[in-house]
Design a protein around this ligand. Structure first.
Ligand code: SF4
Length: 111
């Protein structure tokens, strides 16, 4: 039986585990920041974003130019899904997936 508390909530307020495919995809605002290469300090583990983007990132709109085949074309592409989301602390703090996985609300206007 569905949780009555969540049935009337907008989808972006629901737990990630309850989102359908379309709702999941709609959370992304296309900022493209997850598609920028990062450097990791081996001693501290801190991550530093660079301005070097994945070859498939369209910088004009922040979208992947071959989203359906991204994993085949870029071997180290990390696919965001319900399994991987909990270990993706490298996502920017503004990312809706990170915010929702941490139980935080989305700021107004993000959807
Ligand atoms: S960082 Fe998050 S919101 Fe931005 S493009 Fe990546 S998945 Fe989408």
């Amino acid at each position: 039986m569905a949780d009555a508390r969540n049935s009337s909530n907008p989808f972006w307020e629901k737990p990630l585990s309850e989102l359908d495919r379309g709702q999941w995809e709609a959370l992304c605002d296309g900022c493209g920041r997850c598609c920028l290469h990062k450097l990791e300090d081996e001693e501290t583990g801190l991550l530093y974003p660079t301005n070097v983007a994945c070859e498939l990132l369209d910088r004009r709109n922040g979208m992947c130019i071959d989203y359906a085949h991204r994993k085949k074309r870029v071997a180290d592409c990390v696919v965001l899904n319900r399994k991987s989301i909990g270990s993706l602390d490298w996502l920017p703090e503004s990312c809706a997936y990170r915010l929702r996985s941490e139980g935080k609300p989305l700021p107004p206007g993000i959807i």
